[in-house]
Design a binder for this molecule. Structure first.
Ligand code: ZN
Length: 385
């Protein structure tokens, strides 16, 4: 069912049946037709004319690019529209009705995943009814199994056998949870707008880290770090409450080290071990998403605190937002700093190291609403959410 396996088989069949003629090519360009066109015999020309209709052509897609009214007015879509308006980005919609045939599901899924239908200045929202076939069937099953309302490129490339050429500007949504479910806490539109930000952060992370999804699904520490970062300051997912707290503690520790004079030498040593220096680190600027980080620390710490976070050649703020946005050098530097500190820690340090060691394995496919409620009880009205 995987596209990379289908393609060689299809090519072999084409060679056998059609003599190397690709199915979608224009017959006028083929050597056979150009030879025949030179024939003076009109009857032969006339008999050739129907051939393009026999040649397989690109099938029209089953998906709709305009959403049905229910989906269009859902909190998920309104939330994405609100976030996209803030960011000045455009959305594209791919709605798969419940009656799409298995063949069209497979074909259209591959078309969306392995094409440039959604360029980097757009986000493609792929809305799925329950589906079993092709990669979209695998994605739908993944959404259900993990109780995800949406998933972006922190997930789906890891479900593909070959993710090298896959489009990372896509977010997959379940039609039955476009308004969340009974676990939603607070204003649904606000939650879904924040979830759009959360998923967009994963898209930014995937642009700096081409193996984001594979790392997230193969390395729990990295998963916690990536999810904690995407969740700071917004109400998108209470399941990451502890990761969010730990991410905040991490920034506080970097700041304490910086004020104590140990951060810059520590960064320099860590970079040296990675074969870099501060100048090359700074010159190698990667795109970051940090609106939520700045807004959060402004709210809880004020301008003076944020200004303090930005002090230093490589400031705690810069190191953190680059690592959180998918820069693996910045992430390795943070890991090196905390690995070296692990013998002499204050309680707040321990939380940060615990965060990087990932001892809190509550991101499981089996969490229940009760489990979620336990996290929610820890939420203070003025703290992280
Ligand atoms: Zn996430």
């Amino acid at each position: 069912m995987r596209p990379q396996k289908l393609i060689p088989v299809c090519m072999l069949l084409m060679l056998l049946l059609m003599g190397c003629q690709p199915p979608a090519s224009d017959p006028v360009d083929s050597p056979i037709l150009s030879t025949i066109t030179q024939s003076p015999d009109r009857e032969i020309e006339a008999s050739i004319t129907p051939q393009p209709s026999v040649t397989p052509t690109l099938m029209p897609p089953c998906y709709l690019t305009e959403l049905p009214a229910d989906a269009a007015s859902s909190y998920a879509v309104l939330g994405w529209q609100a976030f996209a308006a803030q960011m000045g980005i455009n959305l594209a919609y791919f709605y798969f009705p419940a009656d799409c045939s298995p063949d069209s599901i497979i074909r259209d899924g591959e078309r969306i995943l392995y094409s440039s239908l959604v360029p980097d200045d757009r986000i493609g929202l792929v809305v799925l009814n329950p589906v079993d076939d092709g990669m979209l069937g695998v994605f739908y099953e993944h959404l259900v199994r993990h109780e995800y309302w949406q998933m972006g490129p922190e997930d789906y490339p890891a479900l593909l056998e070959d993710s090298a050429g896959v489009n990372k500007n896509l977010v997959f949504l379940r039609v039955d949870e476009l308004n969340g479910d009974e676990t939603i806490v607070g204003n649904p539109l606000e939650v879904m707008t924040s979830l759009a930000e959360h998923e967009y952060i994963h898209i930014v992370q995937s642009r700096s880290n081409p193996t984001l999804a594979e790392m997230v699904w193969g390395d729990k520490d990295y998963q916690y770090f990536i999810e904690g970062y995407a969740n700071i300051g917004n109400v998108s997912s209470q399941r990451y409450y502890f990761e969010t707290q730990a991410a905040i503690a991490l920034v506080q520790n970097l700041d304490l080290m910086n004020r104590g004079g140990t951060l810059q030498p520590g960064i320099a040593t860590a970079l040296q071990e990675l074969g870099m220096d501060s100048e090359s680190f700074l010159a190698n600027a990667t795109p970051v998403y940090d609106r939520h980080i700045e807004a959060f620390f402004l709210r809880v710490g004020g301008q003076a605190y944020v200004d303090g976070l930005r002090q230093g050649v490589i400031s705690p703020y810069l190191l953190f937002v680059r690592a959180g946005s998918g820069d693996l050098i910045a992430y390795d530097v943070i890991r090196a700093l905390f690995n070296k500190l692990s013998t002499s820690l204050t309680p707040i340090d321990r939380r940060a190291v615990g965060y990087l060691d990932g001892p809190l394995d509550f991101i499981t496919p089996h969490h229940s609403p009760n489990h979620l409620a336990m996290f929610v009880t820890g939420v203070s009205s003025s703290a992280w959410y």
